[in-house]
Design a protein around this ligand. Structure first.
Ligand code: ADP
Ligand code: ZN
Length: 435
């Protein structure tokens, strides 16, 4: 099933002509409304009129996450605040999180794109839809919610967590479709089983999972444990939120990128060179229709590849493969994005700690765990005969990590000079998760 036949099945040349028209408009618009872009284009010696073909975009500079941080919170908005009807922020509650804004029309676009995703997964107005993506500043919950209402499904705005209640609702309300992170889906299956629920007899038939990396192996596990079809949904707040790309039921391999709204390139993350379709690289997105917060060549840091082969479903939109990694050190822990530097900032606020730390990420059952090991200073170590002092400190760091970054961590203070030292780039993260 295709929600918007007109735009999802355009012949490539028609689609590309539409992309070019929209690209020219958005590049003009940001040049005249966003100081950052005017300066960046001038510095790179490019002008909006230079865009004569889609390939001309390659001469334009990238936008990086740091540029968003440097312009925190609203510096890159291309419309006055009076036109903004919604704000979201990506995970991390420090001042450095990314804030995104939407106009009324942006919300309508997002709603349509999410409707496309849900229809691609086979949902109709006859479905009861359990939305277990988090509601709030995170784009997941509300973004998907609007799309599900748009197609007329009966939406249960459950949000994340509260597993016992989710399981009760799964049994009592009989949702036929669910949306959450893939690891949470496995968690639900496991807890349900432990409570004696036969998960396969539930009415659920399809699940839409995203917001964190997962594998084909996990897909099979989820499908088997819940007796459903599991499909992949991709998005990032900067570009829109969920609904940038989505797998279709027919293809079940790679997610169709909604190219009438987003122009996607794959680049070599080291050189910035654009790669031919099919080659693995970092995905770079340009928004073609966004009003409030347009982005030109935003480096997603997600590693994947573009799949230009036609799909059985009839959509002509290119697909992107599963995200296989990141070209930076961002971690996604229980759906929350974290950079080691953010943990470091929390640690360094506390006296008596050394800037030597290690993050150990693992998965216990189906839940991500984070352990933070930090060296204490010689001075503190020699004075702290009292275990209590160290315990209090661990508690304080745990609380600050939870408050500032939004994740629970197990903090362990370790002796001075006990952690590994690095000669080159420090590798602070030990990711033991096998997904
Ligand atoms: P979202 O609300 O869409 O999760 P965030 O901005 O918080 O947005 O996080 C976006 C990041 O989450 C992406 O850049 C990517 O690394 C990761 N992500 C989102 N969806 C997927 C997916 N289906 N597979 C792998 N990673 C994903
Ligand atoms: Zn398809």
């Amino acid at each position: 099933m295709i929600y918007n036949e007109d735009f999802e099945t355009l012949p490539r040349e028609v689609l590309e002509a539409l992309q070019l028209k929209r690209l020219r408009q958005v590049v003009q618009r940001v040049y005249h409304t966003v100081g950052f872009y005017r300066r960046a284009f001038d510095e790179a010696g490019v002008q909006p009129d230079d865009i004569k073909t889609l390939d001309d975009l390659r001469r334009f500079p990238f936008t990086a996450k740091q540029d968003l941080r440097a312009n925190y919170p609203f510096g890159l908005f291309a419309v006055p605040m009076s036109s903004i009807v919604r704000l979201h922020a990506s995970s991390g509650t420090t001042g450095r999180s990314t804030v995104v804004g939407y106009t009324k029309r942006d919300i309508d676009t997002w709603t349509e794109l999410m409707a496309r995703c849900l229809v691609a997964a086979g949902l109709t107005k006859n479905d009861i839809f359990l939305n277990a993506y988090g509601y709030g500043l995170f784009t997941g919950g509300l973004g998907i919610h609007y799309g599900a209402e748009k197609i007329g499904a009966s939406v249960i705005p459950m949000s994340g967590g509260n597993t016992k209640r989710q399981l009760m609702i799964l049994q009592d309300f009989g949702p036929t479709a669910i949306c959450c992170t893939p690891s949470y889906a496995l968690n639900l299956a496991e807890e349900g089983k432990a409570m004696g629920i036969d998960m396969k007899t539930l009415k659920l038939r399809v699940g839409i999972f995203g917001a964190e990396p997962w594998s084909e192996k996990m897909r099979l596990e989820i499908e088997d444990a819940l007796g459903i079809t599991a499909l992949n949904l991709y998005g990032l707040s900067e570009i829109m939120g969920p609904g940038v790309s989505m797998e279709c039921q027919e293809g079940r391999h790679g997610m169709h990128v909604f190219e009438d709204h987003f122009l996607v390139e794959a680049i070599n993350p080291d050189t910035g060179e654009v790669l031919p379709p099919g080659e693995e690289g970092e995905l770079v997105f340009t928004t073609l229709t966004k009003e409030a917060f347009p982005l030109i060549r935003f480096r997603s840091r997600d590693i994947s590849r573009l799949l230009p082969e036609p799909c059985r479903c009839g959509r002509t939109l290119y697909r992107m493969d599963r995200v296989t990694g990141r070209s930076d050190d961002m971690l996604i822990i229980r759906g929350v994005n974290i950079f080691p530097s953010q943990v470091e900032a929390v640690i360094m606020e506390i006296e008596g700690l050394e800037p030597h730390y290690q993050l150990i990420v693992d998965r216990a059952g189906n839940l991500d765990t984070l352990e933070v090991q930090v060296e204490v200073s010689e001075q503190l170590f020699s004075n702290a005969d009292e275990v209590k002092v160290l315990q209090n400190m661990e508690r304080r760091i745990t609380k600050n990590i939870k408050d500032y970054l939004g994740v629970s961590a197990r903090v362990k203070l370790v002796e001075p000079k006990s952690l590994q030292r690095f000669e080159g780039k420090a590798s602070r993260v030990l990711d033991k998760r096998q997904i």
